[in-house]
Each structure stands twice: as structure tokens, then as C-alpha cells.
Write a protein that binds this ligand. Sequence first.
Ligand code: SAH
Length: 395
Amino acid sequence: MVDVILKKGKEKAVLQRHPWLFSGAIEKVKGKPVNGEIVRLLNDKGAFMAYGFYNDQSRVALRLLEWDESVEINEDWFRRKVAVAVASRSSLLEDGKTNTCRLIFSEADYLPGLIVDKYADYLAVQILTSGIEKMMPVIIDELQKLLQPKGIFDKSDASSRAHEGLETINQVLAGEHPPEIVKVLENNVTYGINIAEGQKSGFYCDQRDNRLITALHAKDKKLLDCFSYTGGFTLNALKNGASSVTSVDSSALAIETLKENIQLNKLDASKHTAIQSDVNKQLRALREQGEKFDIVVLDPPKYAPSRSALDKASRAYKDLNRMGMLLLNSGGLLATFSCSGAMDIDNFKQVLAWAALDAGKEVQFIYQFCQPEDHPVRASFPEGEYLKGLLCRVY
Ligand code: SAH
């Protein structure tokens, strides 16, 4: 096995079990490992620190896997990690009301660069590191043994793969190609998922709990669902007795699928309005029309892809939330989210405080939303925490 020597004074993060090692922390690579190969990390005195995947194409040159020298990183190691992750989701799936969730969440499940989402009988996989790519035959075999899926589809995200020097792939890895629409159940709401064409791996299962919690407030209420995608918040609200829901998304495919999802769930389409539009434009148009709502949901895409983008993103979040607040009846609820890892909950509260001031509103935070149990945050990897939200009462 190739040895990689750490620069003096760079031990701390490794000892704290942070799974990333940046190329700048490496003193020397003793040999010529191929990308994705498992190497041994030693400190400047030659003492063992960790095993990890090597990749000289990535800023994260080592993805650390194991800190115990006596543990062999072999096929069985990967099988064990897959099995433990899958088993930890079983309680989520056992009541029969939900058959879609994230089974493996990359670093948080000790498999850096591997994401596996379950969509009823199909699995969608994202392979984001060369190390995981090499291990895929074993991982696929283990997933098949544990779950017997009808098909496993590779939905690897183009931009993340480029960072690792990998090409974009969209193909069947095992079994059959998923049908154009796979029907899944989440908290007894049915969704048609287009795995191949949909965004991300097809569905935003990270909002499962937050859709349910928001819908608890929706009975007899008039709700505006901004960035609705295929209707996560819309469908739950209608199911829970909302008097009307308006959904806004810029994607034609999302709006079309949302309309189909209303039919699939036998919900009253007369209570629903779908608008394909830019949310920022639409919020202004609704304000000009004098529209008011009891609940506004704001679930935008990631505005801050990195820490350096935080200032600009904060202004965009502020403006969006200000507009949302202005459309609420007094005492109405704003369910507002940020899936930018760079924006933490304290920053987000600050943004909402600015938005409230600008809107001339009083805001109470009445609940904090977070990512659900199938998107765990590993204590040694705070970067894995990305989804946060606030339920606000606005006066
Ligand atoms: N709330 C959704 C997930 C939202 S994902 C759910 O529960 O499933 C973000 C959505 O924002 C995507 O559907 C994307 O099409 C949409 N989007 C991105 N930018 C937009 C914009 N400027 N205006 C309207 N929709 C936008």
C-alpha cells in the first residue's frame, strides 16, 4: 500500500476524524497511487493516522475511511458499511407509509462519494469519487443482496463528478431501466418520480418531515408553495385540508408532474393553482394583485454553493423572504428553508431578522426545521449539515 506523508502540524483535523484531507496538507506521496486507490496516511514521524481514498485530481486529495490501523479495508469493509447504513433506515420504512428515502449519505454513512436513494423497488445512485467508483461492483452486489431492487440507476451529478476528474454518466447499473414514472409513497402521499429526467436523483426526500410539519398548520388555510417542484408541500397541505394552494416553480416538467400527482392522490384539483414562473417575478405579481395568504412556503435551490458566495446569497435570501412576508395575512406562517451548507441556522435567523425589518413586520420563530434521519450529520463532519429552516409567525 502506498504511504502518504502528512505535513508537520496538520494532524489535528485527522485526529478529530474529519474525513477530508486537502492536498495542501500533504508533504509527500511515496509512490504513484492511481486515483481511487486506498493509501495509508502517516504523520511526519511515520506514525499511522488513517486509511483513505487517494485522488490527485481533487482538492480533497484524501477521503479518509478508517482510523484503526488493524482494520483491513477490503470488500468486506465496504459491504459492512453498506449493510449498516441500509439497516439504519429500516424504522423509517417499516410502517408501510413511506417507501422512498436516502439509504446511503456519503461521508455521513462512512462511504465518501456514495449516495443511494430508494424509490420503491428502484435505487438511484450517485457516484462522486473515484474511490467509490472502483468499489461499485461490490457495492452493487451488496445492495442487490440486501434489497433485491428491480433496477439500480446511476444518476451521478455532473458538476460534482467534474471536481474528481470523472465523466458524467446516466445509465442502468443493474437490473431493469426504471419506467418513465416510478410511483413512490412518502407519509401516505403518492408521487410519480421521473428518475432519469427529474432533478437531483429525482425527488427531494430530505423535506419529508418538514412537509408533514408544515401541513399540520394547513387546515382551512390558503397556502402559497414557492419552488414547489413536484408538490411535496402542496400535496401534504391539500391532504390536510388546506382551503387552497398555489404552487410556483420555473420547471415545466415539475409543474406537469405536480398536476399528475394531484390526480394520483385524488385531491380536489379545483383547490389548486399551478403557475410555471420565476418565483421572484411571481411574488411581485401577486403583491401587485393584492393577494394575501395564510401560509407561504419558500424552499429555494441552493443560493450559496460555497462560503465565498454567502454575502451575495444572504441578500438573495433576504429579498425572497421579505417578499414572502409581505404576502402574508397578519399572524400568518412563513415556512422558509435554506439548503446552502454555507448558511448556518444563526446566519439564517439573521437574514430573516433583516427581511422582517425591511418588510416592516414582526417575526417570531416558532419551530426550527432540519434534515431528516436518513440524512444524518456525522459529528466529525459538520459540512454534512446543509438543510435548515424556520417556521415563522409574521405580524
Ligand atoms: N419544495 C420542493 C423542492 C424544491 S427544489 C419539494 O418539496 O419537493 C427547488 C425547486 O426550485 C426546483 O423545482 C426548481 O425547478 C425550482 N426553481 C429554481 N429556481 C427557481 C426560480 N427562480 N423560480 C421558480 N422556481 C425555481
